[in-house]
Design a binder for this molecule. Structure first.
Ligand SMILES: [Zn+2]
Length: 239
């Protein structure tokens, strides 16, 4: 590689770095937003379980009141027992008492079910909290990491842009203009000889061109994609 070719290769490296930093600068705020949303989702998961717990506790209180009123109902019926005047009336009263007792039993069963449910929910909440706290810690660490990266991107970009400026001063202006023109269209302006092909477009290169680039270290041009071609031994696996 001659000196100009070396400079071009370095310029492309710097340009790629600059591009990566710029992409990260755009991406990081979105990533942070997404991570914060994930934390919110973890909180929501626990709070929806807590809401369910509260609702269940309310249901139990309601059932307890219903049981109490059933008990009062039964007492009222029982108080009437000595006032009945016929067998028929007595049977009707007994039916009412039995019915009320059955209803009370059913309510008590329901209450037991709900008490079990509350135990389950409390366990679930504890477990979820533990699990989600762990996840949240990891997410928070990730957020801090990329916030830190974000805080330094502008400094890094500034350094890279200064390096680039220095480098550009050393490159022949005609060559640099070519580089910029190709870069605008292709993204990468410099391609390498790899296995006798252009690394930019994979076209097989004329053997004579490969031999010339290899022996002189000059900058060539891929006829297929128009990129500037450089021979770098470590890129050419045939070497
Ligand atoms: Zn090419």
């Amino acid at each position: 590689m001659n000196h100009q070719a070396e400079l071009l290769v370095n310029l492309q490296k710097i340009d790629k770095e600059i591009e990566n930093h710029r992409k990260r600068k755009e991406l990081i705020p979105l990533q942070i937003e997404d991570l914060k949303k994930q934390v919110q989702d973890l909180h929501d998961e626990v709070s929806s379980l807590k809401t369910l717990l509260l609702e269940t506790e309310k249901q139990i209180k309601k059932i307890e009141l219903e049981i109490k009123s059933k008990e009062e109902e039964i007492l009222e019926y029982q108080a009437k027992e000595h006032m009945v005047k016929s067998n028929e009336e007595y049977r009707a009263l007994m039916d009412q008492i039995n019915k009320a007792k059955e209803e009370k039993d059913a309510l008590e069963e329901k209450e037991i079910e709900l008490l079990y449910k509350i135990d389950e929910l409390k366990k679930q909440i504890e477990l979820k909290k533990k699990e989600n706290d762990e996840k949240e810690k990891q997410i928070d660490a990730k957020i801090r990491e990329i916030e830190d990266e974000f805080a330094h991107i502008d400094d890094k970009l500034e350094i890279l842009l200064i390096k680039r400026e220095d480098l550009v001063k050393k490159i022949d202006s005609g060559l640099f203009n070519q580089y910029e023109k190709i870069r605008r269209i292709k993204g990468d302006a410099v391609a390498y000889v790899v296995d006798g092909s252009c690394s930019g477009c994979s076209a097989v290169l004329p053997l004579q061109l490969v031999i010339t680039l290899k022996s002189t270290g000059e900058i060539g041009r891929c006829e297929n994609c128009g990129r500037l071609l450089v021979y770098v031994p470590e890129k050419d696996v045939q070497e």
